[in-house]
Design a protein around this ligand. Structure first.
Ligand code: PLP
Length: 307
């Protein structure tokens, strides 16, 4: 009688950790890794849309910069990272995926608390595409709350390095959800809006200029895409501090994120933005954002056949 080992089930997604590809449901990291114990990690998220990575180079570049800022080393070069990500996608078979690359601090030898002695660990995974807003929210526009919880200052944790210091964002999100809003944006503690859980914030102000915060934020790849699209469409963009008062008086407000692209906001703290409907500029940016997903300049196709 022959017994056969069941094949691993990658249908929910695939992960790479400790040098091996495993189904996402069974993927784990050691409990003593400082990535878990101290949020001591850098990460990035790239998406796959219709079988191709969108702006993979920009994500790899930002990931390398985040690692440098936190003195973390993935231990492999960009070409190998790209291979591992593609293999996670290939194994999962997903045509639309949310693909994360992570470096955790690892752990120093027992008895040592010196982070320089830790061996950093590279991990990655691919799961089905994640939307920050569901279909109904995208169709009507999200209702945003401006929280009183200030974002962790960049002087403490550099917001340009993509990180898991999310206690402030999560606290703000809980506050917003409890009050019946869809999501939240945090401020810098001096009256300016910065960013929210997983997205950058933009407005089209009362004079028609697109404004997004210049600092204290992750420099989102979608934010960069929006700025480039706006330039192509001849729309004026300013990156500078964005006062909450300017956002509240804006004609249009929208978010940018790899988890959904350009997401319209139609209410801020219960008050309609403009006429309360998705604005013309926002709609043009949404349409062009998705059109760019078919543009070979920004796409890296995944080879689903290679073993
Ligand atoms: N700001 C924060 C705090 C984020 O976590 C993210 C993405 O996860 C963003 C902004 C948007 O960045 P991107 O457009 O690269 O997804």
């Amino acid at each position: 009688m022959t017994t056969s080992t069941p094949l691993p089930d990658f249908s929910h997604g695939a992960a790479y950790t400790r040098g091996r590809f495993v189904p996402i449901d069974g993927a784990s990291i050691p409990i003593t890794d400082w990535g878990f114990l101290r949020s001591d990690a850098a990460y990035d998220v790239v998406t796959v849309w219709d079988g191709a990575f969108f702006r993979l180079d920009a994500h790899l570049e930002r990931f390398a910069a985040s690692c440098r800022r936190f003195r973390l080393d993935p231990g492999i070069d960009d070409a190998r990272i790209a291979q591992v990500l593609a293999e996670c996608v290939r194994l999962s078979g997903l045509r639309r995926a949310y693909v994360e690359m992570i470096v955790t601090r690892g752990q120093p030898p027992w008895g040592s608390r010196d982070p320089r002695q830790a061996v950093n660990q590279f991990h990655a995974f691919a799961v089905p595409y994640v939307w920050i807003a569901n279909e109904e929210q995208r169709a009507r526009g999200l209702h945003l709350h401006l929280s009183g919880v200030p974002r962790i200052p960049s002087a403490s944790v550099d917001a340009r390095a993509k990180n898991y210091h999310w206690a402030d964002l999560t606290q703000g999100l809980l506050e917003a959800l409890d009050a019946g809003y869809d999501t939240v944006a945090l401020g810098d503690g001096t009256g300016n809006v910065v960013e929210g859980p997983g997205f950058n914030v933009f407005c089209v102000n009362a004079t028609g200029t697109i404004v997004t915060p210049a600092s204290g934020v992750l420099e989102g790849v979608t934010r960069r895409t929006v700025i480039e699209i706006a330039a192509q469409l001849g729309m004026a963009v300013e990156t500078r501090p964005l006062p909450a008062t300017e956002l509240r008086a804006a004609r249009e407000v929208f978010l940018s994120t790899s988890a959904g692209g350009v997401l319209p906001i139609t209410r801020v703290d219960g008050q309609p933005v403009g006429d309360g409907r998705i604005g013309r500029v926002t709609q043009q940016l949404i349409d062009t954002y998705w059109a760019w997903h078919q543009d070979p300049r920004y796409c890296t196709p995944v080879d689903y056949d290679t073993v």
